[in-house]
Each structure stands twice: as structure tokens, then as C-alpha cells.
Design a protein. Sequence first.
Length: 154
Amino acid sequence: MVGSEDTGTAGLRIVSPEDEAALGDWLHVHNTVIPTHHLTLDEARDRAGRHRLEVAYLGDTVVGSSTVRPPADDTRAATVIARVLPGHRGRGFGGRLYARGLDRARRLGAETVETVVLSSNEDGLRFARKHGFAETERYVLPGETVPWVDLRLR
């Protein structure tokens, strides 16, 4: 795998998905954590061109991923999303991904930080609230049935 690496929390290795295998791992985490909104590899490639993506590994095992949507010019708000596969939660991996994403958002000039969580992901909502996020909106995307929750860092 190519990309910047971080060897922090308990052997966690975090890389930018600069090859197809790592991008496929990012996509696997996304589609597992968000089963109502599956992306294709082409859609993941598009996101990699617009956002900052990272994949977290413990050894050779993918455990999570993150997305940082850079700040929009009109709002200066960035979106930071950390996802951890269910079998790897509660071990600090999400916190590490989130901290890296928050740092990147601030370096990109974010004045406000937001996140978005599928409402059925109770672990994700609990994580966001624990890290200082407050709910701002709930909505259902066209063709979907499970609401999304937008949250903003207080």
C-alpha cells in the first residue's frame, strides 16, 4: 500500500488509499457500516478525488476508514467521518481516525466541523455525541428509508 502512514494506537496503521486494493478496503468499510447506501468502486474513486480518504489496518486486517470533506467556501464547514467495522469497535480505532480527520479539517481551514451518521448506527451516534457533536438535522434521502443524522461539533 502506498500513502502516508500512521502507526499509532495499538499497532493501528492508517494509509491514504492510493491504490485499488486500499480503495477497495475503504469501500468495504463504507458499505458495511452504511448498508443502506452502497457505493460502487467508481463512486469511491470519485470521492477519493474530492475528499481526503484513509483506511485503518491492524496488521493486514482492515478495521476502519475515514472521510474528510474539505470546507465549503460559503460555510467554511468540513465534514469528518470515522467508520470502524463492528468487530473492531471500542478499542480506540475510531478515536484515532477521528483525531486525524479533525486535524486535517482544521489544516484545510475549517471553522466548523460536522459529521453525518446513519440513524440505525447507534454506536456511531454514541461516538459522535461523546466527542462533542450535537444533532442538527434528520432526513431521509430519496429512495431510502433509514434517516441520516447531521451533527455539528459544539
